[in-house]
Write a protein that binds this ligand. Structure first.
Ligand SMILES: [Zn+2]
Length: 369
């Protein structure tokens, strides 16, 4: 069956882009990004904005679910936008009309989060998938160079460490590395894999070796979208960081051009994702939890990052330009800085946005004169 979308694509572009993978076409077909962004603005203008009571009035609420207001700015109003669904799951995604934050509503009650991760989740994290995943970590880290090039005994915490694939790389690079995860199966597998680094089951505050803090690096690889109480978690991360410490984040990008193009069918709407951040909303989370700055490294997609993309050079260049011009890569890669020392030590190649006034710009006290 030929979809309407395909027919339209054929009319507009002929067969020239047929060999470009779906996930890249939006970025390389001339003019398409402008069309998709106009489509997005139109969608936002048309979708109604409802008070929370009206929004929740007609919606069923599952046993493990709860209704939320915007966790970034507190606005209770709801702009329903998407209804993603897969095999045996479906949910609703709303946008905050004040700050633009996208989140699942109803969301999952934190104490029932375990229900989302049925046994067998760890299988998904091993085998052939593992090698690809490790390669992806390696590439992801290069954008943050030099911080992850050599550990030299510095303390690193991988939050949501899964089966320990990243921890293995971190211990090989000389970090004093620790991990935590909510899946006991995964933690057991991680500890089989690791030699010096160690993985723990549970929350950071329950593990003495981690609760003592003093971490130079905390990593959140594909974890942020899974957190039901991000403000609590980030307050804890900030307190676990040593002076000069940084938090590294890779998550799906709520400004993705693919989201604007495919809506509810976007690949970032997976069964276990709860909240969707972008460079518009992540700074709010970081500012409210005491971080001093944030910088981004655009993500061009796995095959372009890995140098295995088969796109001809001019199209690859066009893809890069489209990602940069729209801040619309499908993943967001960010570095958050605990304090000014972290910015001056590791900010280097990134354009750092400061999240609070530096002490020098605060009014001078006149006491004692
Ligand atoms: Zn908001």
């Amino acid at each position: 069956m030929v979809s309407a979308r395909r027919v339209l694509g054929r009319l507009a572009y002929g067969t020239r882009y047929d060999r470009v993978p779906w996930g890249q076409r939006v970025y390389v077909r001339p003019g398409e990004r402008l069309v998709r962004e106009a489509q997005w603005r139109w969608r936002l203008r048309r979708a109604p904005v409802l008070p929370l009571e009206d929004y929740q009035a007609d919606l069923p609420l599952g046993e493990i679910e709860e209704f939320l207001a915007c966790m970034m700015c507190g606005d209770e109003r709801q702009q329903p936008l998407f209804r993603p669904a897969g095999e045996k799951w479906r949910y609703r995604v709303v946008r905050c009309p004040s700050c633009g934050f996208l989140y699942r509503n109803p969301n999952i009650r934190p104490e029932r989060l375990g229900d989302l991760y049925a046994t067998g989740y760890s299988k998904f994290l091993t085998g052939k998938y593992a090698a690809n995943r490790q390669r992806r970590y390696d590439l992801t880290m290069q954008a943050f160079s030099p911080i992850l090039d050599a550990g030299e005994g510095r303390r690193l915490l991988d939050f949501g460490c899964g089966a320990g694939l990243f921890l293995e790389l971190a211990e090989q690079r000389g970090f004093d590395a620790y991990g935590v995860d909510l899946s006991p199966d995964s933690v057991a597998q991680a500890n089989e894999r690791l030699t010096k680094a160690r993985a723990f089951y549970g929350a950071p505050e329950d593990v003495p070796e981690i609760a003592e803090g003093g971490f130079d690096v905390i990593t959140l690889w594909s974890v942020l979208a899974h957190l039901p109480r991000p403000l609590d978690d980030f307050t804890r991360f900030r307190s676990l960081l040593a002076p000069g410490g940084v938090l590294l984040i890779l998550t799906v990008n709520a400004r993705s051009l693919l989201l604007k193009a495919y809506g509810s069918a976007w690949s970032g709407f997976t069964k276990n994702h709860l909240m969707f951040y972008s460079s518009d909303t992540l700074p709010t989370l970081l500012r409210r939890t005491g971080f001093a700055g944030v910088g981004y490294a655009p993500h061009y997609g796995d095959t372009v990052e890995a140098g295995t993309s088969r796109l001809p050079d001019p199209l690859r260049a066009r893809l890069r330009r489209a990602v940069e011009a729209t801040d619309g890569g499908n993943m967001m890669r960010a570095m958050a800085f605990a304090d000014d020392e972290a910015i001056s030590r590791w900010g280097g190649a990134l354009k750092v946005r400061r999240l609070r006034e530096s002490p020098a710009s605060a009014p001078l006290e006149s006491a004692g004169h």
